[in-house]
Ligand binder design. Sequence first.
Ligand SMILES: Cc1ncc(COP(=O)(O)O)c(C=O)c1O
Length: 370
Amino acid sequence: MSSQTNSTPKRVYNFNPGPAVLPQSVLEQAQAEMLDYRGCGMSVMEISHRSKEFEGIIQKAEADLRELLGIPANYKVLFLQGGASLQFAMIPMNLRAAGVSADYIVTGAWSKAAIKDAQKLGVTRLVVSTESSNYNRVPLPEELIFDPAAAYVHFTLNETIHGVEFFDVPVPPAGVPLVCDMSSNFISRPVEVSKYGMIYAGAQKNAGPAGVTVAIIRDDLLERTPTNLPVMLDYKLLAGAGSLHNTPPCWAIYISGLVFQWVKDLGGLPAIAEINSKKAGLVYGAIDQSGGFYRGHAQHDCRSKMNVPFRLPSEDLEKKFVKEAEQHSLIGLKGHRSVGGLRASIYNALPVEAVESLVQFMQEFQRVNG
Ligand SMILES: Cc1ncc(COP(=O)(O)O)c(C=O)c1O
């Protein structure tokens, strides 16, 4: 971590849940290209979305993402606005015909938000909810009884607030597409795209800044879009226009593209997954070795590798922890109000040293206050 001088900016260890830490080299590249993007004499914020420079940016971002995730040719990649939250409505509007039901698995605040919007727009069916245990687990395979006539099955691969992550992907009945909110563990590990009908993710955790949401949709599902949707809610139209029907979030797409390149340079998703496992292992190790002083929220088999909510013996100690952590440049550790306590978000771009520093702080805090 650098200290503050006139020439070196002060950077902290950023455990924010989103918007979140970005790779320093990406920020430096953006800074270097800010005033004059590759000889055009303008910043990316000032060029036309129809210019050859921006065409190069969006095409490379898509190509790199396709390479990283191994996205098959029969899937479209869309760069959308409105956040992952708008997808909660766009998915049922596009993929569920009138009168047909859609299945939802609810494992935390985000999948609950997704089913709520879908309910306003038509028929849904709750497959299972883990709310009675305050969302500290993912369902057992035997709890996943699906409707074979469902329009799709929706689930959230990683619940950002409750810190539970699926490591086994639910298997819907043949012919029922799986729709997945991957916002908070997008490009954090390899996934088999062909298991999904649709994947979507707000960029502002692992992939880039706020403002762009990536959607990956299998071609046959685009045929479900009804003809009466407003244009900005119409997957088929937006896909047909290559995400350029209207002005896209150019800057957010540019930075996301730099992040995709950064992950590729690190060795792709298997390499980043290994680093993420190491970081998660360090935090959970500190919790498990604390003799109960630190208590993780999630059950062991579904502990998120991205978001680690945990409690201390009292709320006073939790407040003290957050305050003293800040004094050690460990920022963004306050938990979400629905779970309480602390939450360490340890996304792709958070360096291992940041997690080592947190663990050291946790051990010292326990020694003094335990
Ligand atoms: C898993 C998940 N889904 C959806 C959202 C909503 O994203 P947005 O703020 O981009 O609408 C979030 C935001 O944190 C999230 O973590």
